[in-house]
Design a protein around this ligand. Structure first.
Ligand code: DC
Length: 333
C-alpha cells in the first residue's frame, strides 16, 4: 500500500474550476504513479475555506473515480495560507515508491519535489527509448515516447488516405483525438479511442512518421501536448528535438547516437523478434533515409542541443548507457 500526497490550486471558486483542477490533479497522481483505477482505495481531500462551491470529492466522483472511497474536509483558516488550494491524500495498492504531485501554484509548496525533465534525443535505433524506459523506472518518473505520437499521426494520415502535405494534413491533426495513457507505468497510445501502441510500430508506419513529422501543423500540435504533459510531472522524454526545441530548459539533456550499422542491426533484431520479415540492407537504407529526413527538415529538425551531453552507444550495453546517464546527472546536481 502507498500513500500519495498532492495539491493544486483553482483560479476561482466555481464548480467548473474545481472540476478541472481536481480532474487534472487525480490524473497526474494516477499517471505519475502508474496506477490503475481499481488500485486506488481511498482519496481524502482537504480544501482551504475559500472554496465553497463544490466538494472536491464530488468533483472526483464526476471525473469518473467511481470505486474509491472519497472524503472532503475544510481546512482551518490559517494566516498566510496559499488561497484556493485543494490538497489530496490518496491510498493505493502498489509496492512502488510514491510520486507526490504538486500542480499550479501549489508546486511552490514542495520545492523539495521540484519537477524535472530529462531530454533524450537522437536518431532511430540509438537505444534511447530503451534507456528512457529504464531511467524512468529507476527514478520513479514518467516516460514519454514522443515518437509514438508522430507515429499515431502518421497512422491516422494513412488511414485517411491523405497525401503528406500541410493542406491535407492540417485538418486531420486539428481533429485528431490522440491520448497518451499509462497502464502499470507503460505508455499506451490511444488514437480515436483505439489502442494503437502495437500497430504504430509497423515498418511502413515508421517511414510515414518521418515524413508526417516534418509538417509544421503536426509538430505544433504534438509539441503543445508534450509540453503540457512535461509541465505536470517529472519525466524522461525521448525524441529528436526535445532538448533543442520542446523543452529547451530541461534540467538534463542527452544526445544518444550510434553508427548506422549498429542501429540497423538493432532494429533488425527487434523487428525479427516481433515476427516481421525484414532485410538488414533495406533497414539500413531506411534508417539513413529517415536520418536525412529528420535532420534536413526545416522546422525543428533532429539536432543536438548545444548543452546536451553526447553518448555514443555503438559499443555500450543498455546497462552501461543508463549508468553513464545517471553518473552525468549526479555530477550536475
Ligand atoms: O523515435 P521513433 O522512431 O518512434 O520516431 C518516429 C518518427 O517521428 C521519426 O522518423 C522522427 C519523428 N520524431 C520527431 O520528429 N520528433 C520527435 N520528438 C520524435 C519523433
Amino acid at each position: 500500500m502507498i500513500a500519495i500526497r498532492g495539491a493544486t490550486t483553482v483560479e476561482s471558486d466555481t464548480p467548473e474550476a474545481i472540476r478541472l483542477a481536481v480532474g487534472e490533479l487525480l490524473a497526474a497522481v494516477r499517471d505519475a504513479n502508474g496506477l490503475r483505477e481499481e488500485e486506488i482505495l481511498f482519496i481524502l481531500f482537504s480544501n482551504t475555506p475559500d472554496i465553497r462551491s463544490l466538494y472536491p470529492a464530488k468533483a472526483a466522483r464526476e471525473a469518473g473515480f467511481a470505486a474509491p472511497a472519497l472524503f472532503s474536509a475544510a481546512e482551518p483558516v490559517m494566516d498566510g495560507a496559499l488561497p484556493l488550494c485543494i490538497r489530496v491524500l490518496l491510498l493505493a495498492e502498489s509496492d512502488r515508491a510514491a510520486n507526490h504531485v504538486y500542480l499550479r501554484k501549489a508546486a511552490g509548496l514542495r520545492k523539495d519535489l521540484k519537477r524535472y525533465a530529462i531530454a533524450l534525443d537522437g536518431p532511430s535505433g540509438s537505444g534511447k527509448s530503451t534507456v528512457a524506459k529504464r531511467l524512468a523506472k529507476e527514478l520513479g518518473i514518467l516516460y514519454l515516447d514522443t515518437g509514438a505520437m508522430y507515429r499515431a499521426c502518421a497512422l491516422k494520415v494513412r488511414e485517411c488516405g491523405a497525401p503528406v502535405t500541410e493542406e491535407a494534413v492540417a485538418p486531420i491533426v486539428r481533429a485528431i483525438d490522440l491520448r497518451i495513457e499509462y497502464e502499470n507505468g507503460t505508455q499506451k497510445t490511444i488514437l480515436d479511442g483505439r489502442d494503437v501502441s502495437e500497430e504504430i510500430r509497423r515498418p511502413e508506419v515508421s517511414m510515414e512518421a518521418s515524413r508526417v513529422s516534418a509538417l509544421r501543423c503536426v509538430r505544433e500540435k504534438m509539441v503543445e501536448l508534450q509540453r503540457k504533459i512535461a509541465a505536470e510531472r517529472s519525466c524522461v522524454l525521448d525524441g529528436r528535438d526535445i532538448g533543442s526545441f520542446v523543452l529547451p530548459d530541461a534540467e538534463f539533456k542527452f544526445f544518444i547516437t550510434a553508427s548506422s550499422d549498429v542501429r540497423a542491426r538493432r532494429r533488425f533484431d527487434e523487428l525479427r523478434a516481433k515476427g516481421f520479415a525484414v532485410d538488414l540492407a533495406t533497414l539500413r537504407k531506411e534508417i539513413e533515409e529517415r536520418d536525412r529526413n529528420d535532420s534536413a527538415r526545416e522546422f525543428s529538425p533532429l539536432r543536438r542541443a548545444e548543452d546536451a551531453l553526447l553518448i555514443d552507444t555503438s559499443d555500450l550495453s543498455i546497462e552501461e548507457v543508463v549508468r553513464e546517464v545517471r553518473r552525468k546527472m549526479q555530477e550536475k546536481v
